[in-house]
Design a protein around this ligand. Structure first.
Ligand SMILES: [Zn+2]
Length: 309
């Protein structure tokens, strides 16, 4: 027979459980707006997400602001691109945040690249002469939508570990994102299919995943080496090569000077296309799926303007 004390304690516990508020949302800071968008897709109202770098900024070089340190101080989870993309600015911010939860290796730190498909992982020795080569492979991997899906899956698993009661919500939201992404991929693949094998030039090595996915062949870069500004001799060689191969498209990230790309375009008859590498790169690019809608549309219309294949 249960004692009256036990019954009243159980009743009190029940009342307490009913009255207890919904647990607070998980505070997430991401280094880029792409990761923020994917985190929102999976986390819904169970997360509060803020990105550090704006989508129109060069993610290799972000000016450290005190407000970033405060954001990181209050974060439960930090999601980073990894592969040394943020190596120039993130480590001191993490250190100064004095937040043990989000230090690399801690439970509240997620390197989104770990489950992504990474291209250009160098083999052999890396020297300074190679330029700013990322020794862990190309960090611009989010520009293949299948890597967006892999990032979403990793975030789903992480959020579920942090808030086990919401596991079902996160799983359902991931499934919905995956379904919408699949529908969009069919649309993008169909739009790009007529141009498979088209040769292009890009400013920086931001687009290997995008180009591999959509069948574009990058034959050269405006930068002589990654992170090294254009030089006259390299530009002349590039112009000759573009003329030889009939290249009519130069993709440029929004944060690079257009002077050299424009002079290359004048010499070759090519079109300079300022493509958005990230969510927030243009006002209308408000989420991860709209990023590819924008970029695929822009590339297709540029190809058509320059005479198709
Ligand atoms: Zn880069």
């Amino acid at each position: 027979m249960r004692s009256p004390f036990f019954r009243s304690a159980a009743a009190l516990a029940l009342v307490a459980a009913m009255a207890s508020p919904v647990p607070a949302a998980i505070n997430v800071v991401t280094t880029t707006e792409d990761l923020a968008s994917i985190t929102r897709e999976v986390g819904g109202d169970r997360v509060k997400v803020e990105a550090i770098a704006k989508g129109y900024q060069d993610p290799h070089f972000v000016e450290a602001k005190p407000s970033f340190i405060l954001k990181l101080h209050n974060a439960d989870l930090l999601v980073a691109v990894g592969r040394e993309l943020e190596v120039g600015w993130l480590p001191p911010l993490i250190q100064q945040s004095r937040n043990a939860k989000i230090q690399p290796g801690a439970d509240g730190y997620l390197d989104a690249s770990l489950t992504a498909r990474i291209l250009e992982i160098p083999t052999g020795q890396i020297t300074r002469a190679m330029g700013d080569v990322h020794p862990l492979g190309n960090p611009h991997y989010w520009l293949d939508p299948d890597n967006g899906r892999r990032i979403a899956k990793a975030i789903e698993a992480k959020l579920a570990r942090m808030s086990p009661g919401d596991t079902g919500t996160f799983a359902a939201r991931y499934a919905d994102f995956d379904r919408r992404l699949k529908e969009a991929e069919a649309r993008w693949d169909a739009a790009m299919a007529p141009y498979r094998g088209l040769k292009i030039v890009t400013y920086h090595r931001s687009w290997p995943n995008f180009c591999e996915r959509f069948g574009l062949d990058v034959i050269g870069y405006v930068e002589p080496r990654p992170g090294i500004p254009p030089s006259p001799s390299h530009t002349i060689e590039l112009i000759q090569e573009m003329k030889r191969q009939g290249v009519k498209i130069v993709l440029v990230e929004p944060y690079f000077d257009l002077k050299t790309p424009n002079s290359i375009a004048r010499e070759t008859g090519a079109k300079v296309v300022v493509l958005a590498p990230s969510v927030g790169g243009e006002k209308e690019i408000t989420d991860y799926i709209r990023l590819f809608d924008y970029d695929v549309n822009l590339v297709v219309s540029a190809i058509e303007e320059t005479g198709g294949k």
